[in-house]
Design a protein around this ligand. Structure first.
Ligand code: HEM
Length: 193
């Protein structure tokens, strides 16, 4: 008799946020962010605001036991360099409330969304290259990790899977991931308004 393995926690998280990811993905493509540098800059500003809100999590030493390479995963510096490449300076989209590291499950839900966006970024990088951007100019934050996007991602999801969590904590993580997708959506809408 064969048994189907139960989904891992990160697989459950993916399933619980698949619809909201798809909706966001379609919304972003409808905003046509790769049709011109001017529109791409708007997308970049949404990214900048999203990552600025998450900065306290990436910098939280209490999360480094769980995710040892967390600080170096932060793409804020690459986003700032992309903005500088394109001659943009001060952010024009309000960041919204920053996400403080008060609860491990909530932090993991937000980080899941930020880290996962790097996995899907392979597609976005190809589109950015069509308008003359590259991982050396304007689209640095869309670059894959030297170890490979998939391997880098699996090291992150392995940490989610290994974390000691109650079902209630897992529910909080899922709710936080949904909040994170909703935040990105609001920031993208503001950036393209
Ligand atoms: C037009 C925009 C987007 C497209 C086309 C897109 C596409 C994708 C694709 C193809 C994957 C799967 C990659 C793989 O398995 O190799 C993925 C994963 C993911 N994306 Fe996006 N994405 C977009 C925007 C975003 C944004 C803005 C966020 C977050 C704010 C995001 C969060 C995620 C997450 C969390 C995953 C990982 C899902 C998992 O495997 O658990 N995506 N995306």
């Amino acid at each position: 008799m064969t048994t189907t393995p139960l989904p891992s926690r990160s697989q459950r998280l993916k399933a619980a946020t698949a619809t909201i990811h798809d909706t966001l993905d379609r919304r972003i493509m409808a905003l046509d962010p790769f049709s011109s540098t001017e529109r791409y800059l708007r997308f970049l500003r949404a990214q900048q605001a999203f990552h600025a809100a998450l900065a306290p999590l990436y910098a939280a030493p209490q999360l480094w036991t769980l995710i040892p390479d967390l600080a170096e995963r932060d793409r804020s510096a690459a986003i700032a360099a992309d903005l500088a490449d394109l001659g943009a300076s001060a952010p024009v989209v309000a960041d919204g409330d920053s996400v403080e590291p008060v609860d491990m499950s909530t932090a993991l839900g937000w980080l899941y969304v930020a880290e996962g966006s790097s996995l899907g970024a392979a597609f976005l990088l190809k589109a950015a290259q069509q308008i003359g951007l590259s991982t050396d100019h304007g689209a640095r934050h869309l670059a894959g990790h030297p170890e490979g996007r998939a391997a880098h991602w699996r090291r992150f999801t392995a940490r989610i899977d290994a974390a000691d969590m109650t079902p209630e904590q897992e529910d909080r993580m899922i709710a936080a991931a949904r909040d994170a997708f909703a935040r990105f959506r609001a920031l993208a809408d503001a950036a393209f308004a």
